[in-house]
Design a protein around this ligand. Structure first.
Ligand SMILES: Cc1cc2nc3c(=O)[nH]c(=O)nc-3n(C[C@H](O)[C@H](O)[C@H](O)COP(=O)(O)OP(=O)(O)OC[C@H]3O[C@@H](n4cnc5c(N)ncnc54)[C@H](O)[C@@H]3O)c2cc1C
Length: 469
């Protein structure tokens, strides 16, 4: 299964497919092929046989039927952000959802139904007109689909939970072409698996989320020179130990971009910042971040009341496109020794494009959801470490990969046996139990029911119990 046995399924069959789908297809010889196969991670260079630009569930059903008939590997593409490059495949068929950008807000019910090609920036913009916000990511460029199916960590995680915790229902096309609604009452086993089990179970053609009243938030960054990184990380540890649920924040080591709010002499310099969003009355937020803002003097302090849409984009410049190699782990704690390792390794980071993030998602709404309610298996860790190496020249790949590995090896004494599935690359040492926690066996049972042939096998795979790869 899943081995391509046709070369672009021969011209005539692809022509027939193109005539059947509303969104059209892109083949290797077509203009736009290279753009359509490019993903966020420049290290991924895959050449699909055919890319189906889906406009709705009917196109998805047709695309999957074509892949079944021609025994083609299937990749599913949302916004193409996943560092593993699971959105594209060699010689197979891409179910490209990126043009599906429908959105419908129900202000009375406080829900929004979104199609899977939307990014969080687009969802946030639409909701803002209604004084509502969704629990999306820390970065606005990410796709709704992959982020939600893997969990979804973002600025509202401590107040409103993971993105997947806010999922009310999902419309899904399964591997055999059925079109199902998954919710608490319809296919509840599938609904459970979609909330943390990633892209292993079917193609979600629309997501319905619960959304929350929110407009102006207190948000921003306090930036210090990296020479004060030990102190700032200790301050961050202290601040987060008492943080109200409204406050979600993270500590980031990076090289200061030439932003107008950063003094010119600091442009390009290594810095550390604590960034956060207070999702409540800004005046209460002032109290919650007072200790953070009193520490100084900072290079820059840009905490201020702002629309949530502005807060949602403030970290975007720190995670640009480029070659990417990511390692990540939840931490068992953030003792001084761990802080030493973080600061020491950041000092030798080979690429100035690389941010190192320690985010705080402990306690609050994420921890209040019972472990068995969703497939997301890691609710009780306080801190998560993300080493997101980013560089622009392929010639620098070896040094960046080696640095990232060295760094994560040094962090092992403080690393939990738990990784956030959306933050890790495809590594041979990846263990399903670390990615999916105690949900793994139940996820296999759901996989047996909805995708026994393992059609959806590119995302961190949960093979069915038959072992089909
Ligand atoms: C710059 C950047 C910032 C990020 N920031 C955050 C963040 O703040 N918080 C966070 O939690 N994560 C973050 N991530 C990680 C992100 O959650 C994952 O990369 C996620 O997989 C991206 O989803 P996508 O739809 O954009 O990507 P894609 O690469 O298009 O999708 C990844 C995989 O998810 C599955 N998938 C996607 N959509 C569907 C669908 N509709 N139906 C079925 N399967 C689907 C498929 O298997 C697909 O291959 C970030 C990643 C990047 C590169």
């Amino acid at each position: 299964m899943n081995q391509a046995v046709v070369t672009a399924a021969d011209g005539a069959a692809v022509e027939a497919l193109a005539a059947q789908v509303r969104g059209g297809v892109i083949r290797p010889a077509d203009a736009g092929y290279d753009d359509a196969r490019a993903v966020w991670n420049w290290s991924i260079d895959r050449r699909p046989a055919v890319i189906v630009r889906c406009t709705g569930p009917a196109d998805v059903i047709t695309a999957l039927a074509f892949a079944r008939t021609h025994v083609l590997q299937v990749a599913v593409r949302g916004a193409g952000h996943n560092v593993t490059g699971s959105a594209v495949c060699d010689a197979g068929l891409v179910v490209d959802l990126s043009a599906m950008k429908g959105i419908h807000v129900d202000p009375a019910k406080r829900t929004v139904r979104v199609e899977p090609g939307l990014t969080w920036a687009e969802v946030t913009q639409e909701l803002e007109a209604f004084g509502l916000a969704a629990a999306g990511g820390y970065v606005s460029t990410t796709g709704v689909g992959g982020l939600t199916l893997g969990g979804g960590l973002g600025w509202l995680v401590r107040k409103h939970g993971l993105s997947c915790d806010n999922l009310v229902s999902a419309d899904v096309v399964t591997a055999d072409g059925r079109y199902l609604r998954a919710s608490a009452t319809e296919h509840p086993d599938l609904f459970w698996a979609l909330r943390g089990g990633g892209g292993n179970f079917g193609v979600v053609t629309s997501f319905e989320f619960r959304v929350h009243p929110l407009s102006t938030v207190l948000a921003g960054l306090v930036i210090h020179p990296v020479s004060r990184a030990h102190e700032v990380l200790r301050l961050f540890r202290e601040l987060t130990s008492e943080a109200p649920d409204e406050l979600t924040c993270g500590a980031i080591l990076f090289h200061a971009p030439p932003a107008p709010f950063i003094p010119a002499e600091a442009h390009g310099a290594p810095v550390i910042a604590v960034g956060g969003v207070y999702a409540g009355p800004p005046e209460d937020g002032e109290k919650a971040v007072a200790a953070l803002r009193a520490f100084g003097p900072p290079v820059a302090d840009i905490f201020q009341p702002m629309p949530f849409s502005a807060a949602q984009t403030m970290a975007d410049p720190l995670w640009p496109r480029g070659h990417q190699y990511w390692k990540s782990s939840f931490l068992t704690g953030l003792p001084d020794d761990a802080i030493d390792v973080v600061v020491e390794h950041f000092a030798s980071v080979p690429s100035p494009m690389t941010p190192v993030l320690v985010d705080h998602n402990g306690g609050g709404a994420i921890a209040r959801v019972p472990a068995e309610e969703t497939a997301f298996g890691h609710r009780n860790w306080t801190f998560n470490l993300l080493l997101s190496s980013i560089w622009s020249d392929a010639a620098d790949s070896a040094s960046n990969v080696a640095w990232t590995r060295r760094f994560m090896t040094a962090m092992q004494p403080y690393a939990a046996d738990a990784q956030y599935v959306n933050y890790v690359g495809a590594e041979s040492d990846e263990r399903p139990a670390d990615l999916f926690g105690s949900s793994y066996d139940r996820l296999v049972a759901v996989k047996d029911r909805y995708d026994p042939g393992n059609v959806f096998n590119l995302y961190h795979n949960i093979p069915p119990s038959t072992g089909v790869q």
